[in-house]
Design a protein around this ligand. Structure first.
Ligand code: ATP
Ligand code: MG
Length: 498
């Protein structure tokens, strides 16, 4: 791709961007949220038409008219946001619009057979006839990947494929990528996880603000060099300093003997004002469910909650919000955002009451002021506060989910994987905001599967395994290896047994 340009109303998404991929190579695409990565690959996959530039394949200039046309060139894309039909089976999704037929009728048995073979080959343990909506997000992502590979492409584009995968699934994916490479296929790989790039990529192309910064060999480039290319400045540290563990040695929140069969058992925990409590566990350990239990989405069978020492009843999210508990979910597309709403509507919707003026009308100037404050704080890249959220880049959508909950000024804030899909610069801003909230006395529970993050950001750490709390640790006084020794149930981390 040479000198590519793409303009959206109010945004120059790409200008003068180049991309070159060889056979049997993995090219990583790196850049901050909103840098233009997804836009560039959407042009290659036929979803968008470029406003300038040229595309060559095998040294011949081509024009990619639409998605089918791109498929015809052997270009297959696995998108950042899941694009599966929730009410259809795994097999029907993989073969959507391309089903095998017998006498003009879709041959279900053949379709299931082929799906099974494909999934087997990829080492994915899912049955073809289950409905997509009954799968976890990470399994849905694996199906999305299988679907992309079902067309036997020459160029495979993966836009943040691992942001919803567990360590083990990521390993499976990397095995698949290595196999594709050895078959001479080309892979374009987008990820905000730098350590992954060092494991899987050959070259890295860096974009910043829609512009081409350069392409380097990963084996010859240190990670701080990459970060510098990406954010345009030196970043000497990735975690801001929090100089207190908690504000007062009081119990802001106490959870006593929380139980829900098959989801969480015997949960006992407390949270102090100003404290960041980390909940670490692998995908499937029950860490999210504990958060959902506290927030009342996954209602407990038994157990008590106390806030400031007073027994309270939180049986659903409305009760929770009334007690100033907020919960930022990891599934932003389904639970966190109204995609057809504007940036402003999304940020202020959880807190409409605060915006009503004395005539009970929404004070829209105030609404805009509040929104602009968040847009500045988290550096949300949008042409205006009235932009439709759907049109923002993936990471910027995540920042809006966070702003929405920061805005209701909770006293207890539960964050589930808050920095998934967020670039290094914005992660720093989010940690800083968390510290600012803590300074005001907010207690924060941060659920994360990112070990370096949880070790650096939390003041106290609970390790979750098989739906239970298995250890309480001081993050300043522990190591990644030590934490893993508590997680014995799965027996396997990154392919290694513990
Ligand atoms: N359909 C659209 N309409 C208007 N603006 C858009 C559209 N798609 C993308 N943009 C804008 O173009 C810019 C680049 O977005 P893009 O999605 O390519 O970023 P990205 O590098 O993939 O970011 P992320 O890491 O957050 O996924 C952003 O400012 C985004 O808001
Ligand atoms: Mg993107």
């Amino acid at each position: 791709m040479k000198n590519i340009k793409k303009v959206f109303p109010g945004v120059v998404a790409l200008e003068g961007v180049n991309l070159k991929i060889e056979e049997g190579k993995v090219l990583a695409l790196l850049g901050e949220n909103g840098a233009g990565k997804s836009t560039l690959i959407k042009i290659l996959s036929g979803l968008y038409k470029p406003d300038g530039g040229q595309i060559f394949m095998d040294d011949k200039e081509i024009e990619i008219k639409d998605v089918n046309h791109a498929n015809g060139f052997g270009i297959s894309t696995i998108y950042q946001e899941l694009s599966l039909c929730p009410n259809l089976s795994v097999a029907a999704n993989i073969f959507a619009l391309d089903e095998p037929t017998r006498f003009g009728i879709i041959d279900d048995r053949e379709m299931e057979k082929r799906t099974k073979t494909l999934l087997n080959e990829l080492g994915i343990d899912i049955t073809p006839d289950v409905l997509i909506k009954d799968l976890s997000i990470s399994n849905q992502q694996m199906i999305e990947i299988a679907k992309g590979l079902s067309k036997n492409p020459r160029i495979i584009i993966m836009d943040e494929p691992t942001s919803a995968l567990s360590n083990k699934e990521t390993e499976i994916l990397f095995k698949i990528i290595r196999k594709l490479k050895s078959e001479g296929k080309s892979i374009i790989y987008i990820s905000h996880r730098m350590e992954e790039l060092y494991e899987i990529a050959d070259d890295v192309t860096v974009l910043r603000d829609g512009k081409y910064i350069g392409t380097v060999k990963i084996s010859e480039t240190a990670s701080d060099e990459l970060v510098k290319m990406m954010v345009g400045r030196e970043m000497d540290k990735f975690y801001p300093h929090k100089d207190f563990k908690y504000l007062k040695d009081e119990r802001l929140l106490v959870i006593e003997n929380y139980n829900k069969e098959n989801f969480y058992n015997d949960i006992n925990l407390y949270l102090r004002p100003g404290e960041i409590l980390g909940l670490y566990g692998l995908m499937g350990s029950g860490r999210t469910e504990i958060g959902q239990g506290i927030f009342g989405i996954l209602k407990k069978d038994s157990g008590e909650m106390y806030i400031h020492g007073k027994k309270v009843k939180v049986e659903n999210p409305l009760d929770a919000i009334e007690h100033r508990i907020a919960f930022v979910t990891e599934d932003r597309k389904n639970e966190g955002l109204v995609l057809s709403g504007t940036v402003q509507e999304n940020i202020t919707m959880a807190n409409i009451g605060k915006l009503l003026n004395r005539f009970r009308f929404i004070d829209s100037r105030k609404e805009t002021r509040i929104t602009e404050k968040h847009v500045d704080n988290l550096r949300i890249k949008t042409p205006s506060v009235h932009q439709i959220v759907n049109k923002l880049s993936g990471g910027n959508q995540q920042k809006i989910v966070l702003s929405k909950w920061f805005e209701i000024e909770p006293e207890i804030l539960i964050l589930d994987e808050p920095t998934r899909g967020i670039d290094v610069g914005a992660k720093f801003e989010i940690y800083k905001l968390m510290i600012q909230l803590a300074e005001k006395g907010v207690g924060i529970i941060m659920i994360s599967s990112d070990l370096p993050e949880i070790l650096n950001v939390s003041d106290r750490l609970l390790v979750i395994d098989r739906n239970q709390i298995v250890a309480e640790l001081d993050p300043k006084d522990t190591t990644q290896e030590k934490i893993m020794t508590y997680i014995t149930g799965k027996g396997e981390i990154d392919g290694e047994r513990y």
